[in-house]
Design a protein around this ligand. Structure first.
Ligand SMILES: [Zn+2]
Ligand SMILES: [Zn+2]
Length: 923
């Protein structure tokens, strides 16, 4: 304290002196010489009217001891105030009246009401103080309060010096004023020192100590000081104002227990009839989510004002009890209280935060509200704009934009930022840019909205240039800024640039959070960089960032994309560890992952355990059954979903069902689902559904029907349709149709070697070697290489790859040894090697059988049999379709070795068990 005062004395002379000189000159002019009546250029009427006031003033000064002088002085002060001579009014207040707190308050109120600037009172004080006028403690206390309010930290110090000099500094009111001043101008620590220095810590000072903390936003500290005051050895009476403020603090920081204790104190001290206290209790309870207790306080109140009703309505609305909020609004009107802007805004934001966006707009058009004469203010407009953004109602957004301009709300930064956001979310970057350009000062939200708009659209040049502009204007990009860049880059598949952004986050002193990492991971997944996604996920955990449900879902997608069952199980563990096992979104991802990684059983057990199944969960499970060829199970699951759960299917459900029919050869069921799509469920078939139907017909051998179907399709057949035809033509040996399909495919996807290989194999099977050469030449001309064929098996987190043309596996020797044994064993059971699957330009059967043995899926299956326990299924992944011979081999092997074999090929799952496959030979 002393240090502050000392430092004050060393300060350079402040401009008070110069100001004072001017004032003094002016005062001299007013008091000594009456204005010459001849003054021809008197411009204002008020100057003329000043004369009688001055004359009366002079009269009073001459007769100071008159009894009614106080009344006269007061009416004179009023005259000065009415004339707008605030200086004279203040001067007279100080010198002509014996002041007390009551006088001060009336004077101050009148002064302000008449348009006086309180600074002028301080200036008059300085003027008088400098010519040696001595002030009483009450005056000094009031002046200190003004210094606190006007943040005049230096004058306040001077007043403190006065108090010390005159021995007033232990006066309770002066002390309280000092605490207020130090708290406002020099921080709560200085105020605390003033409190500690007090010889007698009275209730007044304790109350002030609480208020100082609360005024400085130190909510915990304020509540703490209040509790201390209750335990102090003295009997501290807290005043209602302080209690109300402490309760509000408890509401703001979620201190329900403390709030309840204060409620107890209120009841013990019989303060429960105080309106301000009750309003604060309602506020405290509803902010803490105890709407029922808030209601209990409300119901017991004898008198309620508008703020009471607003508090309780706001409590209900904030927690989504929107109907109750409306009911209260109507009840309030029966008491002849009209809802005000606060009431309406409370309802608007309640509806917004609980997703009733349409209702937000309805309220605005509500006849009830229009009749009530409600005029939306900046807060209402911000809320409505957010609802319009969510609903993508740009036309409403534009109407609000007009309203904003008409009503001059465009100077409010929140309003303008919401406008900007609305345009960005509606994908209208031009309008957003116009709003942005028109902004006088732009906050980080505005910058972020623009940057994310451009980044998500893939216009990285503009986004990056905005980012450098932002830095140029001295605004620091925050995590949101960086995250929108990370997200944009990774969604566009530009992983290196996304990583560079992650580095920039760290360089700027921030740490990437779960949003940054999830953006990176999900972007990598979407672009097929599943390995990257997995790596990023481990990196994120290594940096101590906890995943959220979106991260886990992306992780699952990466595992499913890579068919890594072991990693999928890890993702499952992560979701358990982080408490997401009941999250429907996470569960659906896990169902999908398990079924795509070849563990349909685990997928089904998660599905059964999921309590709140969404349509997506059902779709995932139906798709799981379908891709394993359990078409009937898929269909019965669909019926349960529809009948027991009353869920209506969407386009994805239909794709899953048709896939099931296709993999199980359920032609009639397939047709029935396809026909019911539009008529029964109102779903317009897309190319995916048509493609499924073509595949269904062609696979089952109905190639002519498939051909007819294609010619009647209202959409242009794409590569999936022709691919389905080509694949089936190979299985069913229809070379002529296959050639047509291949020709279409060479046009649609000229760079896909698989189509060329398929056609070559078909020619080879018919021994048309010239045509084989012709297709090979075509591939060479288009510089295409026959893609590598491989199968792999995952074991103890290691992937063992068996490739047709690449490096041999290090244990191939052992594998071939076992494979010879196995083949001779199953030959004894009836297995006949299908040499048609070998496209060698030779007639040597032995040579062809040897070639069959080298097929990657046979090697991977054999490796699995050798290396895994006898009771676990062998899971193999192949990047292309399984060949007919390997399929027969796997069927026999599953019988001979009593092992389940699950093989995922380029198209579907084959589940071999006891000599049969789930695909029923529909390869
Ligand atoms: Zn094979
Ligand atoms: Zn099969």
């Amino acid at each position: 304290m002393e240090a502050i005062i000392n430092s004050f004395h060393h300060l350079p002379h402040r401009n008070f002196t110069t100001k004072f000189r001017q004032l003094k000159a002016a005062a001299a002019c007013v008091e000594t010489s009456p204005p010459p009546e001849t003054l021809s250029n008197v411009s204002s009427l008020s100057k003329l009217k000043l004369n009688p006031a001055k004359a009366r003033h002079a009269h009073i000064i001459k007769m100071p001891n008159q009894q009614d002088s106080d009344i006269k002085v007061q009416s004179l002060i009023t005259s000065y105030l009415e004339l707008g001579d605030f200086h004279s009014a203040a001067m007279l207040f100080f010198v002509g009246l014996e002041q007390n707190y009551l006088h001060w308050n009336t004077f101050f109120q009148e002064f302000k009401n008449k348009g006086g600037d309180p600074i002028e009172i301080l200036q008059v004080f300085v003027e008088l103080h400098n010519i040696g006028v001595v002030f009483g403690s009450e005056n000094l206390a009031m002046l200190l309060k003004m210094c606190a309010k006007l943040r005049d930290s230096w004058l306040g110090l001077e007043i403190h010096v006065c108090l010390i000099k005159r021995g007033f500094d232990q006066d309770m009111h002066a002390k309280a004023a000092l605490m207020n001043f130090y708290g406002s101008c020099w921080g709560s620590d200085s105020a605390k020192r003033a409190f500690d220095e007090a010889s007698d810590q009275t209730s007044l000072l304790w109350n002030e100590a609480v208020l100082v903390a609360l005024r400085n936003g130190e909510w915990f500290e304020g509540i703490d000081v209040f509790r201390h005051s209750q335990f102090s050895s003295m009997k501290i009476d807290s005043n209602t104002f302080t209690i109300a403020r402490v309760l509000q603090a408890c509401g703001k920081i979620g201190a329900l227990d403390e709030g309840k204790q204060i409620h107890g104190y209120i009841l013990r001290n019989a303060m429960e009839s105080d309106l301000a206290i009750c309003n604060s209790l309602i506020f405290m309870y509803s902010k803490n989510g105890s709407v029922e207790q808030a209601r209990a306080v409300f119901d017991l109140m004898q008198n309620r004002n508008l703020s009471t009703w607003n508090s309780i309505i706001s409590g209900y609305a904030a927690y989504g009890y929107l109907e109750d909020a409306w009911e209260l609004l109507h009840e309030m009107e029966t008491y002849n209280l009209k809802p005000d802007t606060v009431t309406w805004n409370t309802l608007l934001s309640g509806h917004l935060h609980h997703g009733s966006y349409q209702e937000v707009l309805n309220i605005l058009q509500h006849e009830h509200m229009q009749n009530a004469g409600f005029k939306p203010n900046n807060r209402s407009v911000t809320t409505v704009l957010q609802a319009a953004s969510e609903l993508h109602y740009q036309y409403i957004g534009k109407e609000i934009h007009c309203y904003v301009i008409r009503n001059g709300l465009d100077s409010d930064i929140h309003v303008v930022t919401s406008l900007l956001d609305m345009y960005v979310k509606n994908d209208d970057l031009n309008s957003a840019q116009t709003v942005f350009d028109g902004m006088e000062c732009r906050n980080i939200f505005a910058w972020n909205a623009m940057i994310s708009g451009y980044s998500f659209k893939g216009d990285f040049e503009k986004a990056a240039s905005l980012m450098s502009h932002l830095k140029g204007e001295g605004v620091r990009p925050d995590l949101v800024t960086y995250n929108s860049m990370v997200s944009g880059y990774s969604m566009a598949g530009r992983i290196d640039e996304a990583l560079d952004m992650m580095k920039q986050i760290k360089d700027s002193g921030l740490a990437p959070n779960v949003v940054s990492w999830t953006a990176l991971i999900s972007g990598s997944c979407q672009n097929g960089y599943h390995r990257h996604a997995l790596d990023f996920c481990y990196q994120m955990q290594a940096e101590g960032v906890k995943p959220n449900s979106a991260t886990i879902a992306s992780l699952c997608r990466a595992c499913a994309g890579l068919s890594l069952l072991q990693r999928g199980k890890e993702a499952h563990c992560i979701s358990i560890r982080n408490g997401y096992v009941e999250d429907a979104f996470v569960c659906t991802s896990l169902i999908d992952t398990y079924s795509k990684c070849g563990d349909l059983e685990s997928a089904y057990s998660i599905f059964r355990a999921t309590e709140r199944k969404t349509l997506a969960s059902w779709n995932s499970m139906i798709m799981g059954f379908s891709s394993y060829g359990h078409g009937k199970k898929a269909i019965s699951l669909f019926h349960i979903m529809q009948q027991a759960k009353k869920l209506q299917p969407d386009a994805i459900t239909m794709t899953a069902l048709l896939t099931g029919c296709k993999h199980s050869g359920l032609i009639d069921e397939g047709w029935r689902f396809f026909d019911s799509m539009e008529t029964k469920y109102g779903i317009t078939p897309t190319i995916q559904h048509y493609s499924c139907m073509v595949d269904l017909l062609a696979r089952a051998g109905y190639l002519d029907e498939a051909w007819d179907f294609i010619s009647q399709m209202p959409v242009e057949p794409d590569s999936t349709v022709w691919g389905a035809i080509l694949g089936s033509c190979r299985t069913h040996g229809s070379l002529q149709l296959g050639e047509i399909a291949a020709r279409q495919l060479f046009k649609l996807e000229p760079q896909n070697p698989a189509n060329y290989v398929l056609l070559m194999n078909m020619y080879a099977a018919s021994e048309r070697w010239d045509d084989v050469d012709r297709v090979r030449d075509l591939m060479e001309r288009r510089s295409l290489k026959i893609g590598n064929v491989w199968s792999w098996i995952e074991m103890n987190n290691t992937v063992h790859v068996f490739s047709a043309s690449g490096k041999p596996h290090q244990e191939d020797g052992e594998v071939y040894f076992e494979l010879y044994h196995l083949v001779s064993e199953i030959k004894g059971m009836g297995y006949l090697p299908d040499t048609k699957c070998v496209h060698l330009y030779t007639d040597d059967k032995g040579e062809k059988e040897k070639a069959l043995l080298s097929h990657t899926e046979k090697r991977a299956i054999t490796f699995g049999l050798i290396k895994t326990k006898t009771n676990t299924p062998v899971r193999v992944i192949k990047n292309t379709t399984i060949c007919g011979d390997c399929h027969t081999f796997a069927e026999y092997t599953s019988l001979a070795r009593k092992r389940e074999i699950i093989l995922k090929d380029g198209i579907r799952f084959h589940h071999f068990k006891e000599g049969k496959c789930s695909c029923r030979e529909l390869l």
